[in-house]
Each structure stands twice: as C-alpha cells, then as structure tokens.
Design a protein around this ligand. Sequence first.
Ligand SMILES: C[S@@+](CC[C@H](N)C(=O)[O-])C[C@H]1O[C@@H](n2cnc3c(N)ncnc32)[C@H](O)[C@@H]1O
Length: 213
Amino acid sequence: MTEPTVAYRGRVKYDEKQSGKYQHRKPHKHKAEMRLIDRAFKRIPTNHRVLDVPCGGGRVMMHLAKKGYFASGADLSESMLAIARERVFEANLSCYVERQDLEKLTYNNGHFDTIVCFRLFHHFPNVEIRQRVVSELCRVAGQFVVLSYFSPYSVQSVRRKLSGKDTDRFATSLAEVEGYFRHAGFRLVEDFAQMRVFHTLHLAVFARRENTK
Ligand SMILES: C[S@@+](CC[C@H](N)C(=O)[O-])C[C@H]1O[C@@H](n2cnc3c(N)ncnc32)[C@H](O)[C@@H]1O
C-alpha cells in the first residue's frame, strides 16, 4: 500500500487499544448518529451496493445491512477490521470487509452505487487531502456519496475552538465541502445536521451530476 503524502492523527491512531475504546461510544450518541444516517439514507434506494469507508468496527455498515442494503466495509486499521469481522459474524450478516486506504482505493470507477464516509473527514488537516479523498470517493461511487463533516457554525464547534485543546479536528463549511464535490462532478442533494446550531456533526448527500460518469 502506498504511503500517504499527508499524515493526520486519525490515520495512525486506531491501534488495538484505541480501536477497542472506540466501540464503547455512549449508547445515546450511537443512536443519535444512526438516526442521522437513517435521515440521509432516505435518499438512497435500498437495492444499492453500499461501501462504508472507513467502516471502523462496522456499526454503520451493519446498521445499513439490517435495513436491506448490500453493504460492505473497508478500513485502514487491522484492529478495526478484526472487530468489524467478528461483529458481522456474531450478527450472522454477510457483509464483506477488507483493508483499503480511502486516499487510494483499489476499486474500479463506479464499483459501488453509494459510498458512505462517516466520522473521518474532520480529521483531514488541509485542502489537498480533502479534495483528494472526495475525488477518490466520487470516482468509485456510481451515484451517491454520503459524507459527514464538522460544521464550524455550531455552539460545540465554537466551544472546541475556544478551549484550544481540540487541535486534531477540523471544521469545514458546507460551501467548502460542496466545492470539492463540484470539482469531482457531484452536486449537493441535501445536508443534515445532527442538531442544528448546537451540534457540529453534519451528514451531506451528494449525487453524480449527469454525464459525468
Ligand atoms: C472515528 S473512526 C470512524 C469509524 C466508523 N465510520 C464509525 O463511525 O464507527 C475513523 C476510522 O477511520 C479509519 N481511517 C483513517 N484513515 C483512513 C484511511 N486513509 N483509509 C481508510 N480508513 C482510514 C480509522 O482506521 C478509523 O477506523
């Protein structure tokens, strides 16, 4: 696998310990996030082949599989993948999971109908990597990309900034995110906020513009 040109903490953080820790998200947080996923996926037909990247321990992929999507997952961290595989097995689901670097996916153009990229984009520290990742997701997605990002226009975001502690998370405006997708031939369908004004997490659905496949 080729080495990235940009290092960011989220890329190297998920060793065995951190991967295990990430699975213990508070149940109410997990539920709120899956509600956000459900709102966005109202736009996505259930016969779609969906790639969840990064899948982490597999929660989004499995949530979608239970709703009838043909969902598979990919992640860079072997520890996360081990957790995802174990959970898929325990839940008796048939989601395929493999190691991939979303900066350079090995799939053909349009291999999946829809790609969901949840809770990673805010780790990207600069414009170059954000554009590279969006372009790569848009290359492999035949129709839709569902991407989460942190909005700067929220109470949570302002608090984080003022605290000065949160140095490895980066908020991006919807206009900025839209710009990356426009460049890659996609248009915004709808943007969803977990809790507008208060919460920083947003999930936006983008669709391929016609004639760009
Ligand atoms: C905060 S976790 C989110 C996981 C999952 N989407 C969820 O919400 O449970 C971030 C994940 O991104 C993965 N990751 C970081 N850089 C990656 C890359 N370049 N390619 C694929 N996965 C990556 C990490 O290994 C980790 O599993």
